[in-house]
Design a binder for this molecule. Structure first.
Ligand code: A3P
Length: 296
């Protein structure tokens, strides 16, 4: 049998109240004592909310001046370490972050806000959070788990949607994740809270807002170049950003850069699923001021 079909998928278990799999908890002691720095930028997201997109925007904003060699030879996951990740054949996320030669360090995490290593808050590091509407996020996560054999088996769409609603997907409930960082913003001002839908609607505007948050006076021509360079079609063709170098992903099932759209949920939810989802959503989100757009 070929490599991909020989992989045994993990099962989720409860870890500090959050559904997790070994590759995100095995290094826990080192993750917890991770030493953040004041100039670090933590890119925090629920899985499939636009992590790679905003990572690449930040990478280009800070490091395109380092030259084409870096852009052509280093996959995004080596430039922006995945803090809690521990994958065969790679240094741990913590090691990668500790060894980053450039500053600021760009560090990716999917941890819900209550599990983020406390030194980020103590150091007043900058946090860029990207949130995506629940319906598209659930669809994207479903296709990701189909193709990524390192993730639990999604079984089928209706089973997986139920898991999403029950908060049983890896990294726990979407609802608590997006609300947790939203609430954190009330007391911790160094969070820039972004929406995937806004990025699709007007990437240039969102890059501009990001620059003001970061205190960057990037000239407009440069920003426009970055907006173009991080377009879905460009990133899909770029082997350093499209995850084609990751062996556990089966691109024959679904590509990492799948559609990049707002509203693809309409092609997946049945009318009944949609009604049930909306009802449950209202309950889960009744205590927040956070608002999402499911179409633009
Ligand atoms: P879809 O599965 O809906 O296509 P993450 O990086 O957090 O894993 O998120 C992946 C999702 O973001 C995928 O969504 C992917 O296609 C989308 N994405 C990545 N880069 C994008 C870009 N430049 N423009 C629009 N969507 C992008």
């Amino acid at each position: 049998p070929d490599f991909l079909s020989s992989i045994t998928r993990p099962e989720v278990y409860d870890f500090e109240g959050v559904s997790m799999i070994p590759c995100f908890t095995m290094n826990w002691v080192n993750i917890q004592k991770f030493q953040a720095r004041p100039d670090d930028i933590l890119i925090a997201t629920y899985p499939k909310a636009g992590t790679t997109w905003v990572s690449y925007i930040l990478e280009l904003l800070f490091f395109s001046k380092l030259g084409a060699e870096r852009q052509k030879t280093m996959p995004i996951y080596m430039r922006v370490p995945f803090l809690e990740g521990i994958f065969p054949g790679l240094p741990t996320g913590v090691e990668l972050a500790d060894q980053l030669p450039t500053s600021p360090r760009l560090i990716k995490t999917h941890l819900p806000v209550q599990l983020v290593p406390k030194s980020f808050w103590e150091q007043n590091s900058r946090v860029v959070y990207v949130a995506r509407n629940a319906k598209d996020n659930a669809v994207s996560y479903f296709h990701f788990d189909r193709m990524n054999k390192g993730q639990p088996d999604p079984i089928d769409w209706s089973t997986d949607l139920q898991k999403f609603m029950d908060g049983k997907k890896v990294f726990g409930p979407w609802y608590d994740h997006v609300c947790g960082y939203w609430e954190k913003k009330q007391t911790y001002s160094n969070i820039h809270y972004m929406f995937f839908e806004d990025m699709v609607e007007d990437t240039g505007r969102e890059v501009e807002h990001l620059c003001s948050f970061l205190g960057l006076s990037t000239p407009i021509e440069e920003r426009e170049r970055i907006t173009k360079g991080t377009h879905f079609d460009t990133m899909k063709l770029n082997n350093m950003t499209n995850y084609s170098t990751v062996p556990v992903m089966d691109f024959n099932v679904s590509p990492f850069m799948r559609k990049g759209k707002v509203g693809d949920w309409k092609n997946h939810f049945t009318v009944a699923q949609n009604e049930r989802f909306d009802e449950h959503y209202k309950q889960r989100m009744k205590n927040t001021t956070l608002q999402f757009r499911t179409q633009i």
